[in-house]
Design a protein around this ligand. Sequence first.
Ligand SMILES: [Zn+2]
Length: 379
Amino acid sequence: MERQQKLQILKDIININSTNGHEEQVANYLQKLLAECNIQSEKVQYDTDRASLVSEVGASGGRVLAFSGHMDVVDAGDTSKWTFPPFEATESEGKIYGRGSTDMKAGLAAMVIAMIELHEEKTKLNGKIKLLATVGEEVGELGARQLTQEGYADDLDGMIIGEPSGHQIVYAHKGSINYTVKSTGKNAHSSTPELGVNAIDNLLLFYNEVEKFAKSVDVTNDILGGFIHNVTVIDGGNQVNSIPEKAQLQGNIRSIPEMDNETVKQVLVKIVNELNKQENVKLELIFDYDKQPVFSDKNSSLVNVAKSVAKDIIKEDIPLLGLSGTTDAAEFTKAKKAFPVIIFGPGNETPHQVNENVSIDNYLEMVDVYKRIAVEFLG
Ligand SMILES: [Zn+2]
């Protein structure tokens, strides 16, 4: 494919405003592009105007390597602060600017182009490349969850997530849990508190216990670092001279394999159950978000192949590292069979920011990197 066409594809999909939705328009664009090259694909409907896209190239019988990227982007924020309009991709000084350029339409486009080129060049693949382009990654990995539940990840032997990592390969990230605790008490005049139940006091019983637990966790992961817990939202009461009837808080946890989601959730449930045994304490715990940590073997063939291919093409040593943020891998790794995952994609430190951009050189080189990783990994 010509350089100009590769740039145009990226610009075209940046110009589709897929802010927390409308991913089907991106899926339609990619489906048409693949069809023009005689590659079939399947849309998996999530909701109105929201569909993930699945496509395969290669031969049955060997390994299956997934190329995965999300099609949604985050809000552009204050558009007056952008040098170029966020949904009119603009080329300037070796970069393409626009919302989603780095996170992660460049990675997605590079993966699709790599598949097309391998197909058109009739490269012999001892296995398949499977494209998993998802909806709703930024709001809870919705598409990845649906695709995993429907079995689309059950045949995978490896996965590359094209999230922006620049010249680094990420092979582990923390998990994430969001939870809410609601405390119910009883209103009374503040001059006669004995007639009521103070929901804030009871909520703070939970707060103290959960903080005590979080501080007691002394395991760390060599790559990912420590377990993190923070109460991040708290509200309660409605009037200064009334005993509050309601109060609630929300907390966020960043989990590691040594203190994983199931263990943490059990501890929180236990704290609430114990406190609820006390007179007048009525707490309710809700888990709003539950993404497990991802930790691939550093010596897996996928990591080794990616490292050597990247070094050869990019002409730099590519470091391996872990990262705090979660990705679609937190859902895909719930598939029936375990497989290694790497996060390796074009981009820089501008995701979710004003003037988000991607280096054209980095974008184009990743097309070649993905092609070679696929050929070598599939063997
Ligand atoms: Zn992303």
